[in-house]
Design a protein around this ligand. Structure first.
Ligand code: KMH
Ligand code: ZN
Length: 283
């Protein structure tokens, strides 16, 4: 069985500190969480950053500090969010890519997002892709709705993407495709040949879809960005969400990928980081 890649999204942009005491705010705390989730079995960390007061930011310096703290705490693949928070400009969302993270997300289309719209027009997607291309960042295609795969094909037709790619199905956002097993199977059927995929179920479907992905040979994203509960009424930590997936994978006979194995599976460039404290994004 192919090794299971576990991605953790510990922060997100929608959570507020009053919802859970486990929301990570400072880069230092993010580094500590990176160490804990690595020890638990994760291989990718999906990064959003916050100001000290908990509000959202997409400032390059904050990403630099976060990247550095993660690197001090181990070898996780670092994946920046290029989605940011609702209301951020496309330019703001692209700027941290200059730090050359190994990976970054590319949401493949606009989608209703609660009462808001998460805007990803073709010009926005082209702009983010061209920054990724410039800085050698591997995209993870975020698919919130069925049509987003068609949009990715259109970008391929324009020569801006090549397949296969790594794809993450984010299911259950209010306004996006529901988090059902049937929807996941339909999306997997529709994937271009050779793509690898993971699933991020929002809310209580996180666990169900993780179990289904383990059985189907896909990969899994967990973390407080998508779900803050371990079970009904009981708040989760990121590391215990990982530990549960690792236990289920073990029962299913699925080995868990180390970051080095995940780099190989995904074709991510090896670490350009040579030691604790080195600034990233400098030649
Ligand atoms: N916060 C959402 C509006 C991403 O990280 O690329 C977008 C998001 C997707 O979280
Ligand atoms: Zn995100």
């Amino acid at each position: 069985m192919n090794p299971l890649i576990i991605t953790v999204a510990p922060v997100g942009a929608e959570l507020t500190p009053d919802q859970t005491p486990h929301l990570v705010i400072t880069p230092k705390k993010l580094g500590e969480v990176a160490r804990k989730i690595r020890e638990a079995g994760a291989s990718i960390i999906h990064v959003h950053v916050r100001n000290d007061d908990g509000s959202n930011t997409h400032e390059v310096e904050r990403f630099r500090d976060a990247y550095e703290e993660i690197r001090k705490n181990g070898d996780l693949i670092v994946q920046f969010s290029s989605g940011g928070a609702i209301g951020m400009t496309p330019e703001e969302r692209s700027l941290p890519l200059q730090l050359k993270p190994e990976m970054a997300t590319l949401t493949c289309g606009s989608v209703n997002f609660g009462d808001d719209i998460f805007e990803n027009s073709f010009p926005i997607m082209r702009g983010i892709l061209s920054a990724m291309d410039k800085y050698g960042v591997k995209p993870e295609l975020e698919i919130f709705d069925k049509g987003h795969l068609s949009n990715a094909r259109k970008l391929e037709g324009e020569g801006l993407l090549t397949f296969p790619q790594h794809v993450d199905f984010v299911l259950g956002v209010p306004g996006g495709l529901d988090a059902s097993v049937q929807n996941l199977c339909d999306l997997v059927d529709d994937l271009p040949a050779g793509c690898t995929w993971s699933v991020a179920g929002v809310g209580r479907m996180q666990l169900t879809l993780a179990m289904v992905a383990i059985a189907m040979g896909g990969h899994v994203r967990v973390g407080l960005e998508d779900n803050i509960y371990y079970s009904k009424g009981r708040l989760a930590t990121n590391e215990e969400l990982v530990a549960r997936v690792v236990r289920i994978a073990a029962e299913a006979g699925r080995p868990v990928a180390t970051p080095a194995e995940a780099r190989q599976i995904l074709g991510v460039n090896p670490l350009d980081w040579k030691g604790t404290g080195q600034k990233v994004g400098t030649p």
